[in-house]
Write a protein that binds this ligand. Structure first.
Ligand code: CTP
Length: 404
């Protein structure tokens, strides 16, 4: 249930932080990817190195690693499928409920879009204090999932409520929420991927270098979250894995257009990531063109239909339309124009200027721009991770007020 899930674990200053080591072990055993963010005072109780070794990832504590290396709290927060804060101290709890953002963990909290699970740990009187209870209620109203502390002997020598829930309990609750986090359950998604080939003669075509990897990764990511995906793909060498993806293979832009018109009618989300050929030969030759027939060769081209524009013209109320743009200059300006002209909700912009981004590569570096001009820049990541970021963005559009 937690396989490949991305868990951001937040540690605050509490003696019970040692229990979080076992939690990391359990999560890694389940196949989850764990990253740890600690408040500076948590470091007084447990050694970050232990968490780094167990999670096999860097532990983040400060906004910068040294004077020049910034730690990006937004990236870390948006990376996570779940943010688990265990143990949550009274101090951090109060800051979370009142909007104080003076460390990396809090910056991640205020930047997160995923479900946040909080497991408080403190002495019994601190826990039962009306201010604490009020703040806990307020965080729950904000969408946090509370794992109540257990009752028993406390580090102070007192007995009562306040002991951090056992790692096994936290794991079980996380699993339960993970199985419920199929946020695209019941949603129909149409995705295009790969290149199109436009026939010159029976053996030649005009095409491009698109591998289809980005569109396929998106299809898997959305299907993993419960969506029923229709994937219309140009010629690629890729396989699908999730049974919730129905694949339709096409070759030309006209075939892709026809399939999209058919499938778009009841789609909740439409994502056009295919590199559709803008032009096609006007009169494809019926027989193979022989070179001795002529010294100069001209192929008259005519424009292909712009499938994304057609989807924009026929957009139904509530339907979400996402385009891709590959630009080499004036990226943002061109992307904004496409959003407006093609009636898009947002566009995923790749710049060919960035090394490791674009066609064929396994990585990509994108910016997402919405119709209001809001830009979210992402770092260079695997296409699988980029798909995860784009899915998160779609989730935000479909469930604007929900934290889940
Ligand atoms: N697209 C499409 N049908 C086409 C051409 C493009 O559906 N015939 C879609 C792509 O899938 C992508 C978006 O349009 O989502 C942007 O494609 P791009 O080639 O970057 O932009 P164009 O609008 O074709 O403009 P230009 O080539 O001038 O940049």
């Amino acid at each position: 249930m937690l396989r490949d899930k991305k868990i951001l674990l937040g540690l605050t200053g509490s003696i019970s932080a040692y229990k979080a080591l076992l939690l990391v072990r359990l999560l890694v055993k389940e196949g989850a990817e764990v990253r740890v963010v600690m408040t500076p005072s948590a470091v007084n109780f447990v050694n970050p190195l232990s968490f780094s070794v167990l999670s096999k990832n860097k532990v983040t504590i400060d906004f910068t690693d040294n004077e020049h290396q910034w730690n990006n709290h937004v990236d870390l927060a948006l990376w996570a499928d779940f943010f688990v804060i265990a143990p949550l101290s009274l101090h951090t709890l109060s800051k979370m409920s009142s909007g104080i953002c003076d460390n990396m963990l809090l910056a991640c909290y205020f930047s997160s879009r995923c479900p946040v699970i909080i497991a408080p740990a403190m002495d019994v009187d601190m826990y039962l204090h009306p201010v604490t209870q009020r703040n806990l209620r307020s965080l729950q109203e904000d969408g946090c999932i509370l794992i109540a502390p257990e009752s028993g002997e406390l580090a102070s020598g007192l007995s009562g409520e306040g002991r951090l829930a056992e790692p096994e309990t936290i794991l079980e609750i996380l699993k339960r929420h993970s199985s419920q986090s199929l946020t695209f359950d019941g949603k129909k998604v149409l995705i295009t991927a790969g290149p199109t080939y436009e026939q010159i003669d029976p053996v030649r075509f005009i095409g491009n270098f698109s591998s289809g990897k980005m569109g396929f990764a998106l299809a898997e990511s959305l299907a993993d979250r419960g969506a029923q995906v229709h994937l219309v793909s140009g010629p690629v060498h890729l396989q699908i894995q999730n049974a919730k993806i129905k694949r339709y293979d096409v070759v030309t832009a006209d075939q892709m257009h026809a399939k999209c018109m058919e499938l778009s009618k009841d789609a909740d989300v439409i994502i056009m990531s295919a590199a559709v050929s803008d032009f096609k030969p006007q009169n494809p030759a019926a027989e193979k063109i022989k070179k001795e027939q002529q010294e100069m060769m001209h192929i008259d081209l005519e424009a292909n239909v712009d499938i994304l524009s057609e989807m924009g013209k026929n957009k139904k109320p509530g339907q979400l339309l996402v385009g891709f743009a590959l630009e080499t200059q004036n990226e943002v300006e061109n992307a904004m124009r496409k959003i407006k002209n093609k009636n898009l909700d947002f566009i995923v912009l790749n710049s060919l200027r960035d090394a490791g981004a674009g066609f064929q590569s396994d990585t990509n570096k994108v910016s997402i721009i919405d119709a209001n001009g809001m830009i979210t820049n992402f770092e260079l990541k695997s296409k699988k991770e980029v798909a995860h970021d784009i899915s998160n963005m779609i989730d935000t559009f479909l469930h604007p007020k929900s934290l889940v």
